[in-house]
Design a protein around this ligand. Structure first.
Ligand code: M6R
Length: 611
């Protein structure tokens, strides 16, 4: 979490940093701040969103050609002005911003307190900064050397940017476990948590690796490892346009991203799903076909929405490939002692590619010899880089905190993957393979159909916006869609919601049902259809309000339901690509009706890079 930006070069640093912080605000928005170097150090910081910082510095001296900025998602210390970054060292000479957590900061802080250091915040960052200052003073060494010594002694994750009042050109950066990209301009460098603050100025970037330190000046970029050995920066060309990270006429990123899904799914399928040749081309799979088709077991690790995509993939892979699949919350998997067998394939699903729990789970599995396949959206991200093989979802930058287009991109990749492996193994018939290829190819058009007129969904959202609780039910492939619907509603509207397998409802949750409870049924035409019709009746008999997602022209469900949202018919294996869309829209419109900042809901951040 937290977004960091740095600039050194000929431009005014503050406007570059401010614009960058606004682009990174999805990573955290509890407080923000900047440190600028120009005849000394100037630090401005403020609780709240970046706009509040911008307001608070009007009329202040902002002139500088080097600076660093931070937008925070609080870990140590409540959101407040004093806990906002940058932090300044006791001497007043150094300023630092940090994304991550220093786990052993307490003993370090106690040592520093004994030496007479004082702290004006509750953060682990201020402790690390003064630790660096103390090492520099005691060893009479350079700042870079002091940083290197400090980093070897701390435990935790970090991406830090450090500036010194007496060096108006240099930013020193380091990373372990939290992302850092450096943009290379002409006589200038840009540093950021992801490429969005950089893309406007240059497409040439270097992704800094874990345990590397970067010394960055306008005309110089030096990369070193913690052993002080120089590393060759690997320059990558960004494949992203500025328009992809702007709202493009929509009120919010979330609704823009929901509406992009026809295109993003199409982009994901393009060049891979070759309908005329009846082929699926995915080099990440072809290059490792042996490992994937002979897998004894697949274990999917992910968090949140990506975990829901994993549950759907479990159904897909077991049905089409006949390979046993387990789906794990990365945060649980990493802390137990999971049994990994030779021949196991670990599939990591992540939009950001930076989720700390997923990343560490993969590192552990990799150490034990597992083969790692990454299904990732952010190109060049940490998870993409540690995977042995993978497939990008190509959904483009997802900025709204609620994941929408990344989810359908994940499902498209996972469906192609299951089809390709299953067909290679001979566990699906040629006929079914062809049918699914054609159905998948038709999905983008069907998504457009759903999105053509959303007024019905908007009206349903307005009708139920004051409900205190929601229940989401589905069966088979639509059960994880119900979980996803509940998660979306919780995070965007703050309404309590639960997702359940529809048949499981009678084992407890049905006690919640009364005339005030909206129950959303994901009830498209599939092999569970008759069963879910009975479940709808069970809710109606108890006076619950039924909102149904049904297949276009299904009059059975719509005659029972209080309100119905229709989606076009498709094969049940890929039905979630369609049935989730009305749920995304429902939560968006409920959130809007309740006046919530849907792109930045409280307490959340887009990229969860802390445990
Ligand atoms: O970037 P990732 O896909 O690894 O993120 C996982 C979750 O943090 C994420 O899906 C989260 O649940 C979303 N806010 C859900 O909308």
């Amino acid at each position: 979490m937290c977004g960091i930006v740095g600039y050194t070069g000929g431009k005014e640093a503050y406007p570059v940093i401010l614009k960058g912080l606004k682009r990174l605000e999805y990573r955290g928005y509890d407080s923000s701040g900047v440190a600028l170097i120009n005849s000394g150090l100037k630090v401005y910081k403020k609780k709240g969103k970046v706009a509040e910082l911008e307001e608070s510095v009007i009329g202040k001296d902002l002139h500088a050609h080097v600076g660093i900025g931070h937008t925070r998602w609080a870990t140590h210390g409540e959101p407040s002005d004093r806990n906002a970054h940058p932090h300044v060292s006791n001497s007043g000479e150094l300023a630092m911003i940090h994304n991550g957590i220093i786990e052993n900061y307490v003993p370090i802080k106690n040592d520093l307190l004994k030496k007479g250091y004082t702290f004006s915040s509750d953060t682990d960052t201020e402790v690390l900064l003064n630790f660096i200052e103390d090492i520099k003073k005691n060893n009479n060494c350079t700042l870079e050397e002091a940083l290197r010594i400090a980093l070897k002694r701390i435990v935790g994750a970090y991406c830090i940017l450090l500036v010194a009042a007496d060096d108006p050109e240099t930013i020193i950066a380091a990373r372990k476990g939290s992302p850092l990209v450096i943009g290379i301009g002409k006589g200038e460098h840009f540093l950021a948590s992801d490429a969005s603050p950089i893309i406007e100025y240059t497409k040439e970037v270097v992704y800094v690796n874990d345990y590397e330190i970067a010394i960055v000046r306008p005309n110089e970029l030096i990369l070193k490892n913690l052993g002080n050995e120089k590393q060759t920066p690997f320059i990558t060309k960004l494949d992203m346009e500025l328009a992809a990270i702007e709202k493009g006429g929509y009120d919010h990123f979330m609704i823009k991203e929901i509406h992009e899904q026809s295109d993003t799914i199409h982009d994901c399928l393009r060049g891979r799903l070759l309908v005329e040749q009846s082929q699926i081309v995915m080099s990440g799979i072809e290059d490792h076909l042996e490992a994937l088709t002979h897998a004894q077991r697949m274990v999917i690790v992910a968090c949140g929405t990506s975990w829901h995509a994993g549950l759907i993939a479990e159904y897909m892979i077991e049905e089409l490939c006949r390979i046993p699949v387990e789906v794990e919350y990365a945060s649980e998997f990493r802390y137990r002692n999971p049994i990994i067998h030779k021949g196991d394939v670990i599939i990591a699903i992540s939009q950001s590619g930076e989720t700390a729990d997923t990343l560490v789970a993969l590192e552990k599995a990799k150490e034990q010899g597992a083969f790692i396949f990454g299904v990732v959206n952010a190109v060049g991200s940490s998870i993409a880089r540690i995977s042995h093989a993978g497939a990008y979802t190509h959904a483009g930058p997802e900025i709204g905190v609620a994941s929408t287009k990344a989810f359908t991109g994940q499902l498209a990749v996972l469906a192609m993957m299951a089809l390709k492996i299953g067909y290679s193994k001979g566990t699906i018939s040629h006929e079914r393979y062809l049918k699914l290829i054609n159905e998948l190819d038709a999905i983008p058009e069907k998504v457009t159909e759903i999105l053509q007129d959303t007024s019905n969904i908007q009206a349903i959202a307005t009708k139920y916006k004051d409900a205190h609780d929601f229940l989401f039910l589905g069966r088979g492939y639509n059960f994880p869609v119900a979980l996803e619907g509940a998660l979306k509603l919780k995070e965007i509207s703050y309404i309590h919601a639960e997702g359940y397998p529809a048949a499981e409802m009678k084992h407890g949750p049905i006690a919640l049902v009364d005339e005030n409870l909206p129950v959303v049924f994901v009830a498209t035409k599939d092999s569970y259809y008759e069963k879910i019709v009975s479940n709808v009746q069970e809710i109606k008999a108890r006076k619950g309000k039924v909102i149904a997602i049904a297949t276009t022209s299904d009059t059975v469900i719509s005659s029972m339901a209080d309100d119905t949202m229709f989606v076009p018919d498709t094969d049940e294996v890929i039905a979630p690509l369609l049935s989730v869309i009305p749920l995304q829209l429902l939560s968006y419109y409920v959130g809007i009706a309740k006046g919530i900042d849907v792109d930045k809901p409280r307490n959340l951040a887009k990229s969860v890079t802390v445990e």
